[in-house]
Design a protein around this ligand. Sequence first.
Ligand SMILES: Nc1ncnc2c1ncn2[C@@H]1O[C@H](COP(=O)(O)OP(=O)(O)OP(=O)(O)O)[C@@H](O)[C@H]1O
Ligand SMILES: [Mg+2]
Length: 335
Amino acid sequence: MRGIWEENSYLRNKIIMKHWIDKFANCRILVIGDCMIDEYVWGTVDRISPEAPVPVVAVKRDNATLGGAGNVVNNLAALQADVTIVGTYGLGENGRRLKKMFEDVGANTNGLALDESRATTIKTRIMASQQHVLRIDRETSHPISNKMVELIAHNIFNCIKSVDLIIVSDYGKGLLTPEMLEAIMKQAKNHNKPVLVDPKGFHYEKYHGASLITPNRKEAAQAANMDITDMPTLICAGQSLMKNVGLPGLLITCGKDGMVLFEPNKAPYHIETRARQVFDVSGAGDTVISVMGLALAAGAGYREAASLANTAAGLVVGKVGTATISQDELRNAVV
Ligand SMILES: Nc1ncnc2c1ncn2[C@@H]1O[C@H](COP(=O)(O)OP(=O)(O)OP(=O)(O)O)[C@@H](O)[C@H]1O
Ligand SMILES: [Mg+2]
């Protein structure tokens, strides 16, 4: 049984969280990042190939979803936000397919640029009797050219005034070069738009100018060049990143252990997960940055936004396959 004071703060928290969720539909988010197609081929295995000692998969069906920055768009669209995507697609059928997939979820695709020098990233998983047997990657991950940087910066310029917040989703496929990031941060500063970054790589100086970055524990350890083994070492690595990159916010996600929020001159804030059945943890990071961005755009503070993002990610990991949640699912889960 909760005491009266505890009950009051529980209800107050619930009302505040629902207030932010109610505002999600009015939030306009610009997602800039590496876009890809996640393709799944489902089948059964009854025999070994006579040509080589490999299983023969008899294909029953296939499906595809948006991956990389596309999964952030998916999450935002499922929460009814107004989403614009800026990134590249390649020549040919897969490029057209990627663009159409963004259109189908209702995203504004005017900022998608054709890069003739790159293939559209497509990751094909071969699934046999629910088991992952093989993954086939088709992609180009060299850095984009200076000409593309200019073109994409122009696309950002065309839409930045009509968005509330920017999410940069770096999957290390070559879009977010230091030059591209500099152009993004410059425009964001000029137009006073917050930028959240899901980072990649070892050097976070290139993200200077961001309002908040969201590495997972392993990524934070690599970027800080420190081992993270427990809470004191995590806090040490987080504080070092905050100082070295000059960040106003850092959210280190810790899988089943929740997340830790760092803000200048404030004690690190640990949010734990609620015990639940877990089916698929991949994509949880995309849900975290999507909900964090939406809640901040709606007017929530960092702690409230992180708490909502933690609840949302906890819901997503409990789902098989699909990696998005609706406003109602989130409303029903807030405590
Ligand atoms: N086992 C779990 N139980 C409950 N919540 C979880 C679990 N795993 C992840 N989460 C939630 O998802 C958030 C993000 O998870 P994680 O730290 O694994 O991100 P990530 O490694 O970036 O994920 P990915 O890159 O696969 O999308 C956590 O902060 C937590 O809120
Ligand atoms: Mg991640």
